[in-house]
Design a binder for this molecule. Structure first.
Ligand SMILES: Cc1ncc(C[n+]2csc(CCOP(=O)(O)OP(=O)(O)O)c2C)c(N)n1
Ligand SMILES: [Mg+2]
Length: 635
């Protein structure tokens, strides 16, 4: 007999019911934590979680995806768009279905984005072992492929008994909703345990609200920060993703306006201080603007807010050249707050900025600094206009199969900038586009620029676009994707079509991996292995004609409305015809592979071969050794 305070359910049913009842709240706004469950079923989850999702479908929605990696990206994009207050869960079978999620887990964890992963696992009973897709070990039976999730998860558990979820689930939610600890949370679910029944306490299924705190920073350190800022002649703010997740943009603008301190932005932080603001310098670091990078070079104090200080942000620790430069780092995570020997202000970005502002009363940067910021900004705006207007080489035929890919990637960015509304969202992740966008895009809304550049994972773009649109259906979502990324993972177009989720996908075709090709040239290897070519039967090398890939037909076959734009006029027409608003569309734009946007006062450490038979490599190594001398230790 089940007592009234107990409910007899399978472990999977209990888990799904529990998820449907979780909510988050911040600043008094409450919402369901889970917007649904994405999944692909196999023998490792169909009878457990699959059955439970069917039974509980009124409480939580299930979405069928095409690829397990992609669905984790969708969940992460959804969570990022919701400032980490909401997410999606992902269910897979055992074996390859499960390990397909490892890349997505790493991307989410590296970006500090919550996702709940529910891979199926081998029988806890071990009786039918080895089950189809089981990895065997001669040293232990306590091993499965799901152990691969451990380093890429912020929380990892294997549920070997049905009752374990009573403690595991609240713990998993604690990590998912922790601003400092969040990332991928993996609960590996043995396929037999999923189907086992247990008398669960009814209290487990009561609605539960996870309050997202705004952790207050240490008072003494805030006073010390104010003292450092007051003593600074050339301060600079670096705004990272944490500013946006904490909705600290308003507080940042108030601090910037009160003090005159200018702001550079990381990829995740772009839009924190929207571009029209006179103190916005745009992107900073290896892919930064000249305006931000010149100020970083000369800054005597860098105030880092909500950033991991990746090598792109710090230009591989060459960005800050002032002899006495010091750092203040405001971050919810101690790990990040302590980087660069910063004065660590451990706490929520918005709360810390609000508390810091009154401590700075009366402080203002000098007129020379203010004039410098205004001039750097004006110079940069003119440069962006110039770069976005400059055409490619008409008739160059660099793609081989098309006669004149005269359009440049920068021109495409320029057209999008001109046509998109401030609240529209651009989504991107890998290739040459993120760098170009970081430099050129004028983000006018904190949620309008969605870059996954912590993992820079090719294939994130379309899957991520799906998550963005699910999180913000009222916004138009533009996925910008290179041909290489597209070919790696385009299949979530099918999921978008299935769900009636409208994305506009702008596919920039430059015939291969142009960004890595450029990198390869810069390290003396001539772009080796980065173009889509046939293997030449005579030489055995990939130097034959360019492969005839019909990307328009490919996208059409997945259910998208498609067109090809070979001129800017056609691109404008495709974007403004209105058709994109009603159906997922793919606009294929051939672009000039060689028309690259250069770097501005920046560098990125990519080690060049120390010895080589090639002269170009030797030269590149010599240049590398000189450039590397600017790298600094901040101790
Ligand atoms: C999953 C994954 N594999 C490899 C890389 C390394 N990589 C970065 S950019 C790039 C080429 C991307 O090609 P494409 O999408 O066509 O963009 P393009 O460089 O041409 O602008 C590669 C291979 C990566 N970032 N992600
Ligand atoms: Mg390409």
């Amino acid at each position: 007999m089940t007592s009234p305070s107990r409910v007899r359910l399978t472990m999977a049913q209990a888990l799904v019911r529990f998820l449907s009842q979780q909510r988050t709240a911040r600043d008094g706004h409450e919402q369901p934590l889970f917007g649904g469950v994405f999944g692909i079923f196999g023998h490792g989850n169909v009878a457990g979680i699959g059955q439970a999702l069917q039974q509980e479908r009124a409480a939580i929605r299930y979405y069928l995806a095409r690829n397990e990696q992609a669905m984790v990206h969708t969940a992460a994009a959804y969570a990022k768009m919701h400032n980490r207050l909401r997410t999606l869960a992902c269910t897979t079978s055992i074996g390859p279905g499960a390990t397909n999620m490892v890349t997505g887990a790493a991307a989410a964890t590296i970006n500090r984005i919550p996702v709940l992963l529910l891979p199926g696992d081998i029988f806890a009973s071990r009786r039918p072992a080895p089950v189809l897709q089981q990895l065997e070990s001669s040293r232990s039976q306590d091993v499965s492929v799901n152990d691969c999730f451990k380093p890429v998860s912020r929380y990892w558990d294997r549920i070997n008994r049905a009752e374990q979820i009573v403690t595991a689930l609240p713990d998993a939610m604690r990590v998912l909703t922790s601003p400092a600890d969040t990332g991928a949370v993996t609960l590996a679910l043995p396929q037999d345990v999923q189907a086992e029944a247990f008398d669960y306490p009814a209290a487990l299924f009561e609605p539960r609200v996870w309050t997202i705190p705004r952790a207050r920073a240490d008072r003494d350190r805030l006073h010390e920060a104010a003292r450092l800022i007051r003593a600074s002649a050339r301060p600079l703010v670096i705004a990272g993703g944490g500013v946006i997740y904490s909705e600290a943009g308003g507080a940042l603008a108030r601090l910037a306006e009160a003090t005159g301190i200018a702001v550079g932005e990381t990829q995740a932080g772009k839009g924190a201080l929207p571009d029209p603001h006179p103190l916005s310098l745009g992107g900073i670091g290896a892919t930064g603007t000249r305006a931000a990078n010149v100020l970083a070079r000369d800054a005597d104090l860098v105030i880092v807010i909500g950033s991991r200080l990746s090598d792109f942000t710090t230009a591989s620790k060459t960005a800050f050249q002032h002899e006495q430069v010091r750092f203040i780092a405001i971050n919810v995570a101690e790990l990040d707050a302590a980087k660069h020997a910063a004065l660590p202000i451990v706490g929520d970005a918005r709360a810390a900025l609000e508390e810091l502002l009154p401590l700075l009363a009366g402080y203002r940067v000098g007129p020379a600094y203010a004039d410098g910021v205004a001039a750097a900004r004006a110079d940069w705006r003119a440069e962006v206009d110039r770069v976005c207007a400059a055409g490619g080489e008409a008739g160059a035929g660099r793609l081989g199969r098309q006669q004149s890919p005269a359009i440049t990637q920068a021109q495409v960015i320029g057209v999008l900038q001109e046509l998109l509304a401030p609240t529209d969202v651009i989504v991107c992740a890998a290739g040459s586009l993120p760098g170009d966008l970081h430099k050129l895009w004028r983000a006018r809304d904190p949620k309008g620029y969605h870059l996954e550049y912590g993992y820079s994972c090719m294939g994130y773009e379309i899957a991520g676009g799906l998550g963005v649109k699910m999180a913000a259906p009222e916004r138009r979502v533009y996925v910008l994707v290179g041909d290489g990324s597209y070919l790696m993972m385009a299949q979530e177009i099918v999921t978008a079509v299935q769900e009636g989720i409208t994305l506009t996908i702008v596919l920039l075709d430059n015939g291969g991996f142009a960004s890595i090709g450029g990198l390869s040239e810069s390290i003396g290897s001539g772009g080796f292995g980065t173009r889509y070519r046939y293997r030449n039967p005579a030489t055995g090398e990939l130097d034959g004609d360019v492969l005839p890939i019909d990307l328009v037909a490919n996208a059409a076959s997945l259910g998208a409305r498609t067109c090809r734009a070979t001129t800017l006029k056609q691109l404008r027409e495709a974007l403004t015809s209105g058709a994109c608003d009603t159906q997922t569309s793919v606009i294929v734009v051939p672009v000039d592979r060689e028309a690259r946007v250069g770097g501005y006062e920046s560098w990125w450490d990519v080690p060049v071969a120390e010895v080589s038979s090639a002269r170009e490599v030797q030269d590149a190594r010599a240049a590398y050794e000189i450039a590397r001398r600017k790298e600094r230790d901040f101790l």
